[in-house]
Every structure is written in structure tokens, then in C-alpha cells.
Design a protein. Structure first.
Lengths: 112, 115
């Protein structure tokens, strides 16, 4: 079955700097890759997603890149702000209505 | 924006007791899921449900677990005889039919504490 590896497990960046979180997946049939942000005690919230027919997608300060050949994808957050502090999960799935396989999460700390 | 509603928000139960976690998915969604998250760990798939039957389940979803959609709106997860290791946050989720604009919508979760 699908396996998603995520790193780093913890990331601290200075406010205003960029943060990058990287993930790899094992199942080449996966074609939908959502990213979730989870604040303490809250539900995972979808922040951006990408399909396998697209190499890059951007939404304001957040961007995701996908390399299907290498089976890895990354989340980029630019101009980080204190409210970006949270746990971020990458995920992979065959389709939007299929089970989601999550990575182990990255705890992002934005330092003042 | 429509929401997936889960009740209760927190449930404390004695080991060996049965618990039922309740979810009300978004009304036009057709696929329903349960996930769990042990404190500090990743979110793990338990089961998916479509057309009134289980479409897939993980190895976590053993005979102690069952799901039901009793009345066309609620979607429940039952744990027959809870164990200490069942303590976790349980999230319900639903997705619309087809390739809609929105993917998964997670509920706010039920924190289950087994003592």
C-alpha cells in the first residue's frame, strides 16, 4: 500500500523567512496530493492540493511542487507569519474520494 | 461553508465499555470516512463508507469496530469493547460525489479517553 514519508519532523524559521517541507510517496498510482494544517486540538484543514497532471500550484504565500518521476512533493511557505505556526501534514491518495495516507507531520515554529 | 459535525467533542469511557461516536456529514456528500489520531502522531485511516456499505478498511479497523448510517444523515463509529490504546482523536470526514471543487471536509473531532 501507499506510504508517505515527511521531513523534517520539526522546523523553526524566523518570521518573514521561507519554510519548505518535503514528502515522498511510494505508490506511483497516487495522483492527488493534499496538504493539511492542524492547529493544536483542531481538525486538519486543507490548505492547498495538487493533482499529478500539474507540476506546481500557488495560492498567495503557499505553493506546492510535485515531481512525479521522483515521487516527491514539497510545500513552500514564503514570508512566514506567527499564525503559520502549526503542524503540517502532507498526504497522498489515488483519488479525491479515496482514503488519504498522511505523512507523520512537520511541526512548524515561526520565531519572532 | 457547510460543516461536518461530530458529537460528543470529548468522551471518557471505562476500558471494556462500548462507545458510539456520531457524525453528521455534509448533506450532498456520498463518501464518508473515519480517521483517528493518537496524541502527537499522524492521522490514520480507519474506514470508508459508500452506498451504505464499507468500501475499504484498514488493519486498525478490526472486529471491535463497526460503522453505520442508521437514518440517512448520521454516520456512527462504534467501538464494542474499548481498550486503553483506543484513546485518540477520532475524525469523521466526507467528500462530495465526482471531482468536485472541494476534497475532504473533516469534522472537528471527538477526543476519546479510555481509562
Amino acid at each position: 500500500g501507499e506510504n508517505v514519508e515527511q521531513h523534517p519532523s520539526t522546523l523553526s524559521v524566523q518570521e518573514g523567512d521561507s519554510a519548505v517541507i518535503k514528502c515522498t510517496y511510494s505508490d506511483s498510482a497516487s495522483n492527488y496530493f493534499p496538504w493539511y494544517k492542524q492547529e493544536l486540538g483542531k481538525r486538519p484543514q486543507l490548505i492547498i492540493d495538487i493533482r499529478s497532471n500539474v507540476g506546481e500550484k500557488k495560492d498567495q504565500r503557499i505553493a506546492v511542487t510535485l515531481n512525479k518521476t521522483a515521487k516527491h512533493f514539497s510545500l513552500h511557505i514564503t514570508e512566514t507569519q506567527p499564525e503559520d505556526s502549526a503542524v503540517y501534514f502532507c498526504a497522498a491518495t489515488l483519488n479525491r474520494d479515496d482514503k488519504i495516507i498522511f505523512g507523520k507531520g512537520t511541526r512548524l515554529h515561526i520565531l519572532p | 461553508e457547510p460543516e461536518v459535525t461530530q458529537t460528543p467533542s470529548h468522551q471518557v469511557t471505562q476500558m471494556g465499555q462500548e462507545v458510539i461516536l456520531r457524525c453528521v456529514p455534509i448533506s450532498n456528500h456520498l463518501y464518508f470516512y473515519w480517521y483517528r489520531q493518537i496524541l502527537g502522531q499522524k492521522v490514520e485511516f480507519l474506514v470508508s463508507f459508500y452506498n451504505n456499505e464499507i468500501s475499504e478498511k484498514s488493519e486498525i479497523f478490526d472486529d471491535q469496530f463497526s460503522v453505520e448510517r442508521p437514518d440517512g444523515s448520521n454516520f456512527t463509529l462504534k467501538i464494542r469493547s474499548t481498550k486503553l490504546e483506543d484513546s485518540a482523536m477520532y475524525f469523521c470526514a466526507s467528500t462530495p460525489p465526482g471531482q468536485g471543487l472541494y476534497g475532504y471536509t473533516f469534522g472537528s473531532g471527538t477526543r476519546l479517553t479510555v481509562v
